[in-house]
Design a protein around this ligand. Structure first.
Ligand SMILES: [Zn+2]
Length: 263
């Protein structure tokens, strides 16, 4: 497991979220509900700093801090930064007006999730802001490692959250906002035979960033792809892909849930 974590964290982390309109929309939604009296902010699990760097550009805060486990990711963070783990935050109690934890909790196994939740609560002075994927079907991205046959979610998501779970996440805090955000995505129900073929084809191929959490397997094609990630990520969204998304009907669901809690 340690080897996997090293490999995962040592990835280039060069994905430029600013090229993805859904991610930009997500960050704008989060930014729009930051309380006016939040002057010091910690982004716990900040990744390559897309959100905290955005705050640095758009807002005037007294102190912005990004924390992530990956030193490679932190290289891209333009604010104060510190290497650390969400389950053991290296800060005193009540250190920040607002603690954000965005797209992190779905990655934490149960024990870490409990520790993480209590740590966020401990270092926050006033508010906690969480975003997680909305009611994710964890089975969708389940793949089998061709080397050790371990099954894993290729985004390394191990928890799925809905509104009820978020309402009960911090029982001692007051939930002041709960909102589903992000563009709708479609499930292609009417075209399910083609979708089924596509899913099965996908299942036979490990996607670009997949690393087996049990044995660390990552095929050569994948490594080559991750080296090309920088070039790949700066590509604009293909107009054809965009058109297909809107033409094909299906059920609609918001991509993320956002929750703001008050201490
Ligand atoms: Zn494996």
């Amino acid at each position: 497991m340690a080897d996997f974590k090293r490999k995962y964290d040592a990835q280039p982390w060069t994905k430029d979220f600013a090229q993805d309109f859904a991610e930009v929309e997500r960050v704008q939604s989060i930014n729009s509900i930051i309380p006016k009296d939040a002057h010091t902010i910690l982004d716990a699990g900040c990744g390559n700093g897309f959100f905290i760097n955005f705050l640095k550009q758009k807002g005037s805060y007294t102190k912005l801090t990004g924390l992530d486990y990956s030193e490679e990711a932190l290289k891209h963070v333009q604010t104060d930064k510190i290497q650390g783990d969400v389950t053991a935050l290296p800060f005193a109690d009540n250190s920040f007006d607002l603690v954000t934890c965005l797209e992190v909790l779905e990655h934490l196994p149960q024990e870490d999730l409990e520790k993480g939740i209590s740590e966020l609560q401990r270092v926050s002075k006033k508010y906690i802001l969480i975003t997680v994927p909305n009611n994710e079907n964890l089975q969708h991205n389940l793949r089998m490692c061709p080397n050790c046959y371990c099954c894993f979610n290729t985004n390394f998501h191990v928890n799925s959250f809905d509104e009820t779970k978020l309402k009960n996440l911090f029982p001692q805090l007051q939930l002041i906002k709960l909102e589903k955000i992000g563009s709708y995505y479609k499930k292609y129900h009417l075209f399910w035979p083609f979708y089924a073929i596509y899913i099965n084809w996908q299942k036979a191929n490990l996607p670009k960033i997949a690393i087996c959490p049990q044995c660390g397997y990552q095929n050569k094609k994948v490594i080559k792809n991750s080296q090309r990630l920088e070039k790949f990520s700066t590509k604009k969204i293909s107009p054809i892909k965009f058109l297909i998304k809107f033409i094909i009907p299906g059920s609609r669901q918001r991509r993320w849930i956002m929750a703001l809690y008050k201490k």
